[in-house]
Design a binder for this molecule. Sequence first.
Ligand SMILES: [Zn+2]
Length: 399
Amino acid sequence: MGKEKTKLAQDYEQKFSSPEKYVCVDCVEDSFLKGIIAKNLAKKECDYCGKGSEENIAASVEAIMEPIASAFFHLFGYDYPDECDLAELLTTADALRKIPLKCHEALFKDVASAFWWDRWVDDPGSFHDPGNSMRYSWEKFVQGVKHRVRFFFSSVESKYKFSFEKSPVKLFEEIGQIVSAEKLIKPLKAGTDLFRVRHWPIDKDWYLADIEKNLGAPPNSKAQSGRMNPAGISYLYLARERETAIAEVLSKPPCQAAVGCFKVRRDLRILDLIALPGMPSIFDNERYHERELIAFLNDFIREISKPVQKDGTEHLDYVPSQVVCEYFAKIFKSEDGKPIDSLEYPSSIRQEGRNIVLFPPPKKGNCFSDLVTLSRAEEIEFQTWSELCKAIQHKSGDL
Ligand SMILES: [Zn+2]
C-alpha cells in the first residue's frame, strides 16, 4: 500500500493545497477523520472552535486533506465536454456537501477553497477509477444479463474497454470473498423452528391433508419467478418468526391462511445477510473497495427483500438477483470448501423480522423434506386490519 499511497498523495498534491491551520477532533464528524486527527496532535489550540488545553489537542489540517481528497476524487471529476455550461456543474462546496463532509463551518470553507479547481461532475470514476470498478462492472453485468446474454454470460468473451473492468466471474468471486472475509456464513441448528404461511381462499374448504400438501415448496413445474428463484426452479421461503411469515403473505383482510411450523432436520449453513458489518468511512481510502462490496450487499438485500409482484409474468428486473442467488446456491463455497444451504435476510414488511430461503438440495433426488419437516399446521383468519396488525406485532414465537 505504501508505494500506492505515495503515488496517490503526489497525485492529490497537484489538486489541492492544504490550509496552514490546526483542527481538533470535535470539529469533524466522521470517526475515521477524528482518528487521523487524534494520531497527529501537534498543537494546543484548535484554530476553528478555539478550544485550548495544556496538551496538544489539534492536528494540522494537512493530515485530513488527503483522505478528504481521496473520497472527493472517487466521486467527482473534471472530465466534462468543452461545450458544457459550467454554471450547471457542481462547485467544490456542492461536491463536499454531497460526500458528505460534515465539519466546522470555517473548516468546510477552508477545505473547499483548498482545491485548485471549482467545477466538477458526478461519477467520473466509472471510467478511470479502480475504486468504482465494482459498481461499473455490476451495472454492465445487469444490462448484459437482462438484455444481451442470459445463460452463457460467464463464458462469453467480452472485449473489455477498461483494464479495471471485471468479468462477471471475477465480480462473483469478489462478492464471495467479502462474504467469507466478513464471516457471514453461520450455522442454523437442527431443531430450529421456521414458519411458512400460504394464503387460503376464503371460500375454499379446509382439509388438513390439503393444507399440509400446500405448505411445502411448490413443485418445480409450478414455481413462479421470484426475486431469488427463476420460474421453474423452486426455492423454499420461510421466516424465523411466525409473525414475520404472516406479515410477508397477508395484506388484505378479511383473509385466511394456513400457517406451518417447520423443524430444521440437520445442521444447515446459512449466509447471514442480517448481521452485515458497518460501512467503512468514505474517507478511508484503504477500505474503499470493501466499502463498495458492503454497499453492493446492501443493495442486493434491498432488492431481494422487496415484495414480489404476483402477476404471473417473468420480471426482467429479478434476473440479476436470481443470478446472484444461483451463484450462492450452486457455485459459492465457504473457506472450508463447503456449499451453503440458505440465505437469511431482513423482512421489508415487519421490522426486525427475519426471512430465510432454502436452496434446493444439491444432490439429485434430494428434496426440501431432507432439510426441514412440517411439524405443526394451523388455520388462521382475520376479519379486520386491527386483528391482522395485532397478529403481526404479537411476539408469541409459538403456535
Ligand atoms: Zn475544534
